[in-house]
Design a protein around this ligand. Structure first.
Ligand SMILES: Nc1ncnc2c1ncn2[C@@H]1O[C@H](COP(=O)(O)OP(=O)(O)O)[C@@H](O)[C@H]1O
Ligand SMILES: [Mg+2]
Length: 272
């Protein structure tokens, strides 16, 4: 279970959750995307209209529904979604009142695993989330209670990092938060990796930022770099992942490569 996090908005979290999820599903790894951003961009980008989001992350976090009832299939075989709506912005206040406020999502996922296992629903997963190989949690651009819930529940953090000047500064703040979560909420939380996004090969700064990030974080940075590609930004308005909108475009191809690299990395990480 991975949380896709970066407190900066517009760095490619949602795009990564959608397209990495699609690529993993296409490779044959059943994947669940959990949208915990009140903006609901992952839900929109996966083609689920607002009126069809009846049971959402909000109902799950406020105890009005169990996770199993919130999971819907997407048009992509093997890819499921727990959608979000703007209702979720209200959940933050409601959660703040609860004694286990940081662990609501974790509890929901654990209950789901129990249900799944007792129902014999193809429990092939080594981690939580039973019949899904991967669970990707798409976070809001903040380090508030919703993101903390995701970090408390997850095994590791996947960080999309936009190749721009302040990238490293933002990253050090995120690292501090991860340290804090390890100390207080989830000692096992790992840094899964950093994905450089919106890389522009005509821009010298992109290269320089990529070099700096690799020099600082070494192996944690994925070899695969996601290029800036207009086809990626067009896809959400059609309600499909870029991989469905234009499989051959460089952005889609990069996400397929990333999925391959991630599967390799997860095998070693989980075995370690
Ligand atoms: N590689 C890319 N090339 C071009 N546009 C991109 C790329 N990745 C993301 N975008 C666009 O940038 C905007 C922000 O991306 P998004 O994934 O929504 O970021 P976040 O979830 O971190 O806020 C969106 O309009 C998205 O379509
Ligand atoms: Mg987003």
């Amino acid at each position: 279970m991975l949380v896709v996090a970066n407190q900066k908005g517009g760095v490619g979290k949602t795009t990564t959750a959608i397209n990495l999820g699609t690529a993993l599903a296409a490779i044959g790894e059943p994947t669940l995307v959990i949208d915990i951003d009140p903006q609901g961009n992952a839900s929109t980008g996966l083609g689920l209209d607002r009126q069809d989001r009846t049971i959402t992350t909000y109902e799950v976090l406020t105890g009005q529904a169990v996770l199993a009832d919130a999971i819907v299939p997407t048009r992509i075989p093997g890819l499921s979604l727990v959608p979000a709506t703007v209702d979720l912005s209200g959940a933050e206040l409601e959660l703040a009142e609860m004694p286990r406020r940081n662990f609501i999502l974790k509890d929901a996922l654990e209950n789901y695993s129990v249900h799944g296992a007792s129902a014999g629903a193809g429990a092939t997963n080594q981690k939580s989330g039973n019949h899904f190989s991967y669970v990707l949690i798409d976070c809001p651009p903040s380090l508030t209670l919703l993101t903390l819930n995701a970090m408390a529940a997850a095994d590791a953090v996947l960080v999309p990092l936009q190749c721009e000047f302040f990238a490293l500064e933002g990253l050090s703040q995120l690292m501090k938060t991860i340290e804090l979560v390890r100390a207080k909420l989830n000692p096992g939380l790992e840094m899964q990796g950093i994905v450089l996004t919106m890389f522009d090969k005509r821009n010298k700064l992109s290269d320089q930022v990529a070099d700096d990030v690799r020099a600082t974080l070494g192996e944690k940075v994925y070899a695969t770099v996601i290029p800036r590609n207009v086809r990626i930004s067009e896809a959400p308005s059609h309600g499909v992942p870029a991989l469905v909108y234009d499989l051959r475009c460089p952005g889609s191809q990069a996400y397929i490569k990333l999925a391959g690299e991630l599967i390799q990395r997860e095998r070693t990480r989980v075995a370690a």
